[in-house]
Design a binder for this molecule. Structure first.
Ligand code: HEC
Length: 208
């Protein structure tokens, strides 16, 4: 039967049914779409450490959008010309881990502490400082690699529940990094960092 030989009322009913089912489909599709958007947002909002098949850590994604905690600075000029890290040490952690820490005072499993190194702009004075319109001091320049720690009590049971990684001490950062032995990193954090191998004493927002 074609639409032309359907009586008037029947045609109206069909039209109503078509419109109604169209509306239902639209509602279902927009609901599905909204759900997948929420799922995508939740995944990106709860970024977890990612590993290669060999177990190396993949350079964390979007770390520069995470919660910024602070920037210890140990310039060369104040360290006999050979600071281990002469740059600003800009430290970030995932927003979801930060939120959980604020509630529980414990670093949750999957926390990543991302320390991005950033050189100071070349010095004008022997102590490494220079003068800018805001005053005399140290000013951030080029990025220069990263050190990263990851909390996973099972995976890193030998190093107090944290894994230590270096993504180059220059740019561009390495795409992946191998786990560092305790003798290179973890021993010092375990000995002197204030809370759970993190130097919370230098990050006011975590120091409670
Ligand atoms: C001799 C001690 C020492 C060693 C060895 C050491 N660190 Fe640290 N690390 C520190 C101190 C002190 C801070 C905080 C102050 C600063 O950045 O200057 C820090 C901060 C960090 C941070 C920022 C988060 C936090 O815990 O405060 C990361 C990430 C980090 N170190 C990774 C590493 C990695 C990876 C290695 C090995 C390649 C390493 N560290 C070796 C002393 C050490």
């Amino acid at each position: 039967m074609t639409a032309t030989n359907v009586p008037g009322r029947g045609r109206a009913l069909i039209a109503t049914a078509v419109i109604a089912s169209g509306l239902i489909l639209t509602a279902v599709f927009s609901e599905l779409h909204a759900k997948s958007e929420v799922a995508a947002r939740e995944t990106s909002e709860r970024y977890m450490p990612e590993y290669t098949a060999d177990g190396d850590l993949i350079l964390p994604k979007n770390f520069e959008k995470w919660v910024y905690l602070g920037s210890p600075l140990t310039p060369n000029a104040l360290n006999g010309g050979k600071a281990n890290f002469p740059e600003f040490h800009n430290v970030y952690m995932q927003p979801w881990a930060y939120e959980e820490y604020q509630k529980t005072n414990v670093f949750p499993e999957g926390t990543i502490m991302f320390k991005e190194l950033q050189l100071t702009i070349p010095a004008q004075f022997p102590d490494g400082s220079r003068t800018e319109p805001s005053g005399r001091g140290y000013f951030p320049g080029k990025l220069n690699g990263a050190d990263v720690t990851v909390k996973d009590s099972k995976r890193y049971a030998d190093t107090g529940g944290w894994g230590y990684y270096n993504f180059h001490h220059y740019e561009p950062k390495a795409p992946t990094a191998k786990l560092k032995p305790k003798a290179e990193c973890g021993y010092c954090h375990a000995a002197s960092a204030k809370k759970d191998e993190v130097w919370t004493q230098f990050y006011d927002r975590l120091d409670h």
